[in-house]
Ligand binder design. Structure first.
Ligand code: IPE
Ligand code: IPE
Ligand code: MG
Length: 249
């Protein structure tokens, strides 16, 4: 187990890893604990994986922390998650700065309570000149929200005559997504044994390699990350071509 990191080919690291951090509630409930206990422990995993990615030299890490649909959870869980978010940001900003990590957020942040939004905006500002790992938090995020939001912005540009409908290309559309400055993920990990995407980065994962693990998020550590990266490095990414073409050019 301990030599997994040495098996990773540093030349073939995914530039961008995205993670659906799932299973906090079940992890807690299996121990007879409240779901929030699982969310608190999930923060430990976030720390560990952010550190693991920074050490390896991964450029972008996107973490799905709260979906648009998660607003429909019981009020005490939503409130608990918002409080946890604010507490974590407050505690972590000095560590992010020390490790040169730049914080970004994607999602419908207008839905966040004002105190959480303020904390988040300050943290983004305070880490904005960092040049190391880009940590992208998906908060109040869903892919269908993002796509519709992008279409509305683009439609306005067309209405105003700034863009001609026939000139809309993938490059132009991409500029209206929350991820406009971020390359597509090469590797997407989902924890907790669920085999679904749950409204995450639907447009961006067109050619992403998917890795599913039964491990619950609060139990996920660097070794699990290394396993996922090794799995990724053993795949042949063909992008529609044949294996023969890839191996002869
Ligand atoms: C993921 O864990 C964290 C959030 C969605 C906020 P869950 O809270 O979904 O945990 P399970 O899937 O119910 O076990
Ligand atoms: C997906 O997990 C969202 C996050 C991890 C933030 P969910 O637990 O909300 O997903 P479903 O409802 O099981 O698909
Ligand atoms: Mg879940």
């Amino acid at each position: 187990m301990s030599d997994l990191i040495h098996q990773i080919n540093k030349e073939k690291l995914p530039k961008h890893i995205a993670i659906i951090m799932d299973g906090n509630g079940r992890w807690a409930e299996e121990q007879g604990q409240d779901r929030l206990f699982g969310h608190y422990h999930g923060v430990e995993s976030v720390r560990n994986i952010v550190e693991g990615c920074a050490e390896l030299g991964v450029e972008y890490l996107t973490l799905y922390a709260f979906s648009t649909e998660n607003w429909d959870r019981p009020k005490n869980e939503v409130d608990g998650l918002m409080t946890l978010l604010v507490e974590t940001i407050r505690k972590e900003v000095p560590i992010l700065n020390k490790n040169k990590i730049k914080l970004h957020v994607i999602g419908d942040v207008s839905m966040l309570p004002a105190f959480a939004l303020k904390e988040l905006e300050e943290a983004i500002e305070m880490t904005s000149t960092n040049t190391g790992l880009n940590l992208v938090m998906a908060l109040s995020y869903s892919s269908r929200w993002e796509i519709i939001h992008a279409v509305k912005q683009l439609a306005k540009k067309v209405e105003q005559g700034d863009i001609k409908a026939e000139n809309i290309s993938q490059e132009i559309f991409n500029q209206f997504l929350c991820t406009h400055s971020i390359p597509d993920p090469e590797l997407l990990i989902r924890t907790s044994g669920e085999f679904r995407i749950s409204n995450f980065l639907l447009y961006q994962i067109a050619y992403t390699e998917l890795h599913f693990t039964p491990t619950y998020w609060p139990a996920f550590r660097k070794q699990n990350l290394y396993e996922a990266i090794l799995d990724f490095q053993n795949r042949e990414r063909r992008f529609g071509k044949t294996s023969h073409q890839l191996n002869t050019t």
